[in-house]
Design a protein around this ligand. Structure first.
Ligand code: UDP
Ligand code: MG
Length: 308
């Protein structure tokens, strides 16, 4: 019996790309021996993305879709796709054709060689902005330093997961998932391949700076508690420094320079005030996560689907 692969494609306002990506995926599987179906995840699009999906679903029984009740973000959409997939392996990829559909053949080949996770690393191409390249490199460096998992720079949410892995991921009920980290953390036999990102077919990037920042914070706070220790280290450093300051204060007292300390006082007070706010913020971040998790709300709500 030939194997079946589910291709999960999250889409947020991608009306101009849905048909093209579905056709491209269909094309790739024509020359392969395994069966496939597409599972689109409409992440609360406000354009006609869902209508295009519905239309495709009526024409082609291999096209399925899930539609969220609102925009929950790329990671939640990927997680929903994984949760609802029902195949021997799942491939996740972007809707905008930046993940070359032709690479699917390579992903599947690696899987058939016995790998349970085949992930991809973006070969850095000039068509990415300098800003995006720099911030992404910085993020992976910080994440590597702060956590026990090593996520390579240029890692993409373009990967193949064996059923074993999707079954495990389905059990994970974390409020904010960071799949690039989770997939590394989960283990099993992993292989990586590189790919050259293509240009976005239609529309603009759906990752605003705010969304990128949230993803970075999510990645770090869900894999490391080290930022919480910052308070202790900084506290130690400042107590040591203040020890040095005492003899100086005593010396000033005896040399009658006591009133002229206003500027140094203000500098220390504002500096320490700022530091305390930063550290409170870090603690707040983790407390907030705990709070959200304790409410046990679902990560996403499905409004419409053509899955049985
Ligand atoms: N996406 C999503 N929800 C969002 C933002 C993005 O499902 O809130 C999808 C988007 O439709 C695309 C993929 O995530 O299929 C990657 O987004 P995009 O191409 O905009 O990011 P970039 O390639 O610019 O990093
Ligand atoms: Mg893109």
């Amino acid at each position: 019996m030939s194997k079946r692969v589910c291709v999960i494609i999250p889409a947020y306002n991608e009306e101009g790309n849905i048909k093209a990506i579905a056709a491209a995926v269909d094309d790739v599987f024509k020359s392969m021996s395994c069966n496939y179906y597409i599972l689109f995840v409409d992440d609360g699009s406000t354009d006609s993305t869902l209508q295009v999906m519905e239309e495709l679903g009526r024409e082609n029984k291999e096209v399925k879709y899930l539609s969220f009740s609102k925009n929950n973000g790329h990671q939640a959409a990927l997680k929903a796709g994984i949760d609802y997939s029902d195949a021997d392996a799942a491939i996740t990829m972007d809707a905008d054709m930046q993940h070359p559909p032709a690479m699917i053949a390579t992903l599947v080949k690696k899987w058939e060689e016995g790998f349970d996770v085949v992930y991809t690393i973006r070969k850095d191409q000039n068509n990415l902005s300098i800003f995006k390249r720099f911030t992404s490199a910085l993020f992976y460096k910080i994440l590597g330093k702060l956590s026990d998992i090593e996520v390579e720079n240029g890692s993409a949410d373009f990967r193949l997961l064996d059923r074993k892995v999707t079954d495990e991921l389905r059990k994970i009920k974390e409020q904010d998932v960071f799949l690039r980290g989770l997939v590394k953390w989960i283990g099993f036999k992993q292989a990586s391949i590189t790919y050259e990102p293509a240009e976005r077919l239609s529309g603009k990037s759906k990752y605003s700076y705010r969304k990128m920042m949230m993803l970075a914070l999510q990645g770090i706070t869900s894999f490391s508690t080290k930022p919480l220790y910052a308070a202790i280290y900084i506290g130690f450093v400042f107590s040591l420094l203040s020890l040095l300051y005492i003899p100086f204060a005593v010396y000033s007292y005896f040399t009658n320079h006591t009133v002229s300390g206003w500027s140094s006082l203000i500098v220390t007070v504002t500096f320490l005030g700022g530091l305390q706010l930063i550290i409170l913020g870090i603690i707040g971040l983790y407390l907030g996560k705990l709070f959200m998790q304790s409410k046990g709300r679902p990560m996403y709500i499905i409004n419409k689907t053509n899955l049985e």
